[in-house]
Design a protein around this ligand. Structure first.
Ligand code: HEM
Length: 293
């Protein structure tokens, strides 16, 4: 039986590197993918495959599609697809840089790295966003986490579907708000992480209350803060057995249902958005049989 890549069900690591790749024109990715299969354990080195790569191989993966663009009032949610994503997880930045260089070499005949995001954990066990709010509290756990994030569909059992967006925060703008207003953006109190009963309808946890959707819209979030020079934000990272729950959540965040936009947009914006199929593991190796490999 196939298992999912273990990183999906694990807490976020101290450090990570998200590396996106494009497929080089007129190249055959098969040999590079076979090499990648040999070194991807799904835990320290995690791989996601984009729609363009699947179609370059003449295949189809059920549920996989391109990331949709969304627009709300004054809000653009971009779609920036990639052929391949590596999520390199570890504790030592030097080791991550060198591991990434090694993988780049291994993929170089067919792929080119187009973007690197260095990410980290903020405040150890609390796993905070850079605003200081705890992120991941309402994540499903145990068997529910597995049911939420891992597909049992015949032919791709053990697969997961990853939605990823790089958000850039304007923390000066956020910090200029009084604390009560900040708490109302999230719908939780930063001081003790308690959910606020009387938060406005625009509060993030009101917009995204997973049980309030029909069907319920649970996702398994493994987001990590990022920073580069003066810029910073969150790499929103969510796994599902399909993309349906993520899309329902995002539609409500941009106000498609009732015209109310998520208060997060007052201080943060998505710069990117991409979907990936995360193949299962078989015998501890990436199982690419659905791609004919
Ligand atoms: C910069 C972007 C974002 C930040 C800083 C952020 C932060 C947070 C925080 C602090 C919480 C409350 C604690 C928790 O339950 O984790 C939360 C909850 C949640 N967020 Fe986000 N989030 C962001 C984007 C998104 C996006 C794009 C989605 C989905 C499309 C999303 C889905 C959720 C869900 C499902 C919950 C739990 C709601 C519930 O059932 O109570 N978030 N987020």
């Amino acid at each position: 039986m196939s298992d999912c890549q273990p990183a999906i069900l694990q807490p976020i690591p101290a450090l990570a590197r998200y590396a996106s790749y494009t497929l080089l024109p007129d190249s055959d990715p098969r040999a590079a993918l076979r090499r990648l299969r040999g070194v991807t354990d799904g835990e320290r080195t995690f791989a996601g495959i984009g729609q363009s790569l699947v179609s370059a191989l003449g295949r189809e993966i059920p549920e996989l599609r391109a990331f949709p663009e969304f627009s709300g009032r004054g809000i653009d949610v971009p779609s920036t697809p990639a052929a391949l994503l590596l999520w390199l997880r570890g504790e030592d930045r030097g080791e991550l840089v060198n591991r990434h260089r090694g993988l780049d070499g291994l993929l170089s005949g067919a792929f080119r790295c187009t973007q690197v995001i260095d990410a980290f954990t903020y405040d150890g066990r609390a796993r905070r966003d850079l605003t200081g709010y705890e992120d991941g509290t309402e994540n499903p756990r145990g068997r529910k986490a597995v049911a939420t994030a891992v597909s049992r569909r015949k032919g791709i059992a053990g697969s997961s579907f990853l939605a990823i967006q790089q958000w850039e925060h304007d923390l000066h703008r956020f910090e200029a708000m009084p604390r009560r207003e900040q708490d109302h953006c999230f719908g939780r109190r930063r001081s003790d992480n308690e959910e606020l009963d009387h938060a406005p309808a625009s509060a993030h946890v009101k917009r995204t209350a997973q049980e309030s959707f029909d069907p319920e819209a649970f996702v398994l979030r493994r987001s990590m803060p990022w920073a580069e020079g003066e810029r910073c934000g969150l790499v929103f990272t969510a796994f599902g057995a399909s993309f349906d729950a993520f899309e329902a959540l995002l539609r409500r965040m941009v106000g498609e249902e009732d015209g109310i936009t998520d208060a997060l947009f007052r201080f943060t914006r998505p710069l990117s958005g991409a979907y990936f199929w995360c193949p299962p593991l078989k015998g501890g190796k990436l199982d690419l049989s659905a791609l004919g490999l």
